[in-house]
Write a protein that binds this ligand. Structure first.
Ligand code: NAD
Ligand code: TYD
Length: 361
């Protein structure tokens, strides 16, 4: 691993991974390719460690010619592919962009890798790696009592987002099977932590609560996600990249499965301690149950036994401390919050998703 192409490295997980990689690897150069959609921001890349080992490139994974030139120019030998449309609610209101970015974009990137590594240069298979970042949502939804998903579980994606990610996973696997392209895939559960765009549950609730806005809980709030701190996801990806066998997939999860309502209430309680409201009323008073997400998956649960056993991965953060740290991060980075929140696109998204979602209590 010398010249690493990180796609989507100006987004939430990608920017955390860029930091992780620069701290862990002395002899690499990170080429960070990002189209800077609403979800990507150079604000996420301020104060990087070892910035001389990082180059930001503004461009799209959908541009085949540009990608071919980039592989050639920078002699890319490793890809860590994060770039995607990543929000389920947006995929429900506008699935077309998910098909483009997540499916066609992954295909375009695979073609660039196949051409440069296998067709033009016949590079040794041990020299190259395509690592694809995927999600637990490809497995669908669990009923109460059903066992956690393993790497052997069949895909059953429910939302357009999940279906587009499942499709991209299948494309990556097929390039391994058909062309012998060395790949690995990780399917991870819900992440939280610094730099997460405030359309996702945890940062949305933190920022709304700070601003005394309603805290929207979809349906009955009893849906369950398997929350993992983003730094633990990054350490897992790094392990798979350096020690995972080509052609293998790994599930990553946090073993933290409180219901959404419990997450929201916990954030409220942390803020009551850290930043009480001027009127003295607890933040929980801002919680509003609103119309449910169509096709809302009920429960996710990942069995991360394989990566623990085979690669010795261990998450470092528990959810209690991780949530406390995350609330503190948003409270102590008002300039980041301001830069993200003032985007017109973000304001219009909030209006589109929430103004029409009537309250149920
Ligand atoms: P994000 O939405 O914060 O970031 C996505 C990044 O991709 C943005 O910087 C955006 O500008 C960039 N991008 C979008 N289209 C692009 C294009 N055509 N070319 C280049 N860059 C483009 O997403 P995230 O939460 O950081 O997720 C990153 C990856 O991890 C995604 O593939 C997602 O499916 C996966 N994932 C996310 C989670 C989670 O909880 N957030 C969990 C498991 C897996
Ligand atoms: P989200 O952060 O969008 O992640 P995902 O849909 O990929 O799991 O949502 C996490 C959970 O929180 C999900 O069950 C939907 C729910 N949710 C709300 O109840 N209210 C909200 O405003 C949002 C954004 C999500």
């Amino acid at each position: 691993m010398k010249n690493v192409l990180i796609t989507g490295g100006a987004g939430f997980i990608g920017s955390n991974f860029v930091r992780h990689l620069l701290n862990m690897e002395e002899n690499i150069h990170a080429f960070n390719l990002d189209a800077l959609t609403y979800a990507g921001s150079l604000e996420n890349l301020k104060d990087l460690p070892f910035p001389q080992h990082h180059t930001f490139i503004n461009g799209s994974i959908l541009d085949q010619e540009f990608l071919n030139g980039l592989f050639q120019k920078h002699q890319i030998d490793t890809i860590v592919h994060f770039a995607a449309e990543s929000h389920v609610d947006r995929s429900i209101l506008g699935p077309g962009q998910f098909v483009q970015t997540n499916i066609v974009g992954t295909f375009t990137l695979l073609e660039a890798a196949r051409k440069f590594w296998l067709q033009d240069n016949h590079w040794d298979h041990h020299q190259v790696r395509f690592h694809h970042i995927s999600t637990d949502e490809v497995f669908g939804s669990l009923a109460p009592g059903q066992p956690a998903w393993t790497e052997e579980t069949s895909y059953a994606p429910n939302s357009p987002y999940a279906a587009s990610k499942a499709s991209s996973d299948h494309l990556v696997r097929s390039y391994g099977h058909t062309y012998d392209l060395p790949y690995t895939i990780t399917n991870c559960s819900n992440n939280y932590g610094p730099y997460q765009f405030p359309e996702k549950l945890i940062p949305l609730i933190i920022l709304n609560a700070i601003e005394e806005k309603p805290l929207p809980v979809y349906g009955d709030g009893q849906q369950v996600r398997d929350w993992l701190h983003v730094e633990d996801h990054c350490s897992a990806i790094h392990l798979v990249l350096t020690k995972g066998l080509a052609g293998s997939t790994f599930n990553i999860g946090g073993d933290n499965q409180p219901a959404n309502l419990t997450i929201v209430e916990t954030i409220c309680d942390i803020l009551d301690e850290r930043k009480p409201r001027a009127n003295g009323i607890p933040h929980r008073d801002l919680i509003r149950f609103v119309k449910d997400r169509p096709g809302h998956d009920r429960r996710y649960d990942m069995d991360a036994g394989k990566i623990r056993r085979e690669l010795g991965w261990q998450p470092r953060h528990n959810l209690t401390d991780g949530l406390l740290d995350t609330v503190n991060w948003y409270l102590t980075h008002p300039e980041w919050v301001l830069a993200i929140r003032k985007q017109l696109e973000y304001q219009s998204w909030l209006a589109k998703n929430y103004d029409t979602r009537e309250k149920t209590s």
